[in-house]
Design a protein. Sequence first.
Length: 133
Amino acid sequence: ASDVYKRQGRDDLIDRLSRKLDKVLADRYSKDMAPQTAEETATAYIDVLSDLGGKAVYERKNDEICTVKVSDCPWDNQIDKNILLCILCRAIAWRFAYHSTKDLLVRLEKTVADGDPECEILVATSEALREDQ
């Protein structure tokens, strides 16, 4: 039961952080808050990471799938190896996908916190993800 409460607490914290992020993102990046494609979502997300001091690029697999590769963590997570910070980055990407005119999903593929050399966040339509598996 203890693990259930910990997960619920973590999920509640992430939800609260996401809502606060949404307000900040909407205020500062409102022009980008309705991306049309996975590529536009990835680009808007990278702009935010860059403003926060991070460094990222994206690879476009096709019109509906992009992978964002974060080489320099905006939270200096290379030192801390804190998965919550990786989840916060995913939440930022998810907020752009949420406001997209397409049915976009965001999936955290790799994280520095898990020992990977960089974080990878997949941005894709749900249909493309089903076809890609």
